[in-house]
Write a protein that binds this ligand. Structure first.
Ligand SMILES: Cc1ncc(COP(=O)(O)O)c(C=O)c1O
Length: 442
């Protein structure tokens, strides 16, 4: 197969051995040295995307911040890269917050999210000196007010609002519609009441409003709609309550290429949709241009990740299909099962072969954990390395120990170097929280 006809992302290329290479590292060798399944993260691709995203927004509006939604792929090394690239970071749990803080991520550049934050989580965030807490609901306003009061401080907050935008993504990853657990609904007046209430909380300072309309959005018009509805609400707040806020956070959601035919908006088109709409609406509605925040996760790291698997059994059912079994599955990538997510793969051991065979890549769990149905691959043989692309977001982050599988390692590759940034779990790790009470020992 000619290299031009292979779907390659970031620094991926086919080397002279006919193997897939990422960040100057031969993936067949990586699989040999680090074992499989293995998540491979392309550092140059991550850094280039972060820079391009930041630049696309700053060029249009100097007061823009790109906030990495760490849920996509949280680990200490990522927190370092995010800090080095000048981005802020979104944490949505005590664990994500702890990870960033332990990696010395500046607390004042962290935004804390979540629809049901506990007192302990809020206490941890306020004590750490977190930049903004994005408050989801009225009960949280009071809880956070209490926590901040007890610590004798004023906490800066934003309010999570729900504009009724319905981006046509999978219904499980839509978050901005009216029927959602997230945030204060603009429709029905909940958001206005939330703002009114927040302004009365003694220990809270409202700096702005936030929304997140959904994920894997491939049409920039949805960002335009979300931005417009948020600006109209800002204008309503100004008219009815006489206040304006300096910050506007329009969330994440930009889609990526999982398949060769996927065509997400370019970073420039995305930035133009967001900044252009906010600028136009503010001019029309007589508002000052706010500081703009966006919170991308998937689009910063998704295409930079590749999962390597070793092919095991191959089952041919004549006239039906051929199953090629990978040595992972739903435990390292639950997205096909959760969202019917589709992926593309390359036989990394035979990336130049011309003759392709349509097969189904299955996992090895006690489920029908199909990773990819009907993909044209260079005919796989037991022992080949398969590379499933665009697994950098919500794969390691959503991995589990189902069937007592060990979570795979993550290596960061760049210019021929491969550094382990998350170690593979050991069998012993699997037992590290198991306890056998004395009465069961007899
Ligand atoms: C509040 C919030 N911000 C940002 C994100 C990141 O979204 P994405 O990875 O689609 O860019 C999410 C994802 O669920 C979210 O809930």
């Amino acid at each position: 197969m000619k290299e031009e006809s292979v779907f390659l992302l970031g620094t991926q290329r086919v080397n002279s051995a006919g193997h897939l290479e990422i960040g100057g590292c031969d993936t067949v060798q990586l699989a040999e040295e680090h074992g499989t399944p293995l998540y491979v993260m392309d550092e140059a691709h991550i850094r280039a995307t972060m820079r391009a995203m930041r630049e696309a927004f700053r060029r249009r509006h100097a007061e823009s911040e790109v906030i990495y939604a760490s849920k996509a792929f949280p680990c200490m090394a990522m927190s370092r890269i995010v800090a080095q690239e000048g981005l802020m970071l979104d944490a949505a749990s005590a664990g994500e917050l702890f990870t960033a803080l332990r990696a010395d991520f500046p607390a004042e550049r962290i935004v804390f999210h979540g629809n049901n934050k506990s007192r302990d989580e809020l206490d941890m965030a306020v004590r750490a000196g977190i930049g903004r807490v994005v408050v989801d609901n009225e009960a949280e306003l009071d809880l956070l007010d209490e926590v901040a009061g007890a610590l004798d401080t004023t906490q800066k907050i934003m309010l999570r609002l729900t504009p009724a935008v319905d981006p046509h993504t999978h219904r499980y990853i839509q978050t901005g519609r009216v029927d959602t657990k997230f945030g204060f609904n603009i429709e029905g007046g909940g958001a206005l009441r939330g703002v009114q209430k927040a302004l009365t909380n003694q220990n809270l300072e409202v700096t702005g409003l936030s929304c997140h309309i959904g994920s894997q959005i491939l049409d920039a018009d949805f960002f335009t709609m979300g931005a417009r509805l948020m600006c109209e609400f800002l204008a309503q707040v100004k008219t009815e309550l006489g206040v304006t806020f300096p910050d506007l956070d329009l969330g994440g959601g930009l889609g990526i290429r999982y398949l060769p035919e996927d065509a997400p908006p370019s970073l420039d088109d995305y930035a133009e949709a967001v900044v252009g709409t906010v600028r136009d609406c503010c001019a029309k509605l007589g508002l000052e241009m706010p500081r703009l925040h966006i919170e991308p996760g998937r689009s910063l790291v998704g295409e930079a990740g590749t999962t390597l698997y070793r092919v095991g059994s191959i089952k041919r059912i004549p006239g039906v299909r051929t199953y090629v079994a990978a040595d992972g599955g739903i435990s390292d990538n639950p997205r096909p099962a959760l969202y019917e997510a589709r992926y593309h793969a390359i036989n990394a051991s035979r990336a130049t072969e011309e003759e392709l065979e349509t097969v189904t890549i299955s996992g090895k769990h006690c489920e029908t954990d199909t990773l990819i149905e009907d993909i044209a691959l260079a005919p796989a043989q037991t022992g080949d390395v398969l590379a499933v692309q665009s697994t950098g977001a919500y794969n390691h982050a959503m991995s589990s120990n189902y069937n007592r599988f060990r979570r795979p390692a993550v290596v960061l590759v760049n210019e021929g170097r491969a550094d382990t940034i998350v170690e593979r779990e050991t069998l012993q790790d699997l037992l590290s929280h198991d306890l056998v009470p004395g009465r069961l020992r007899a």
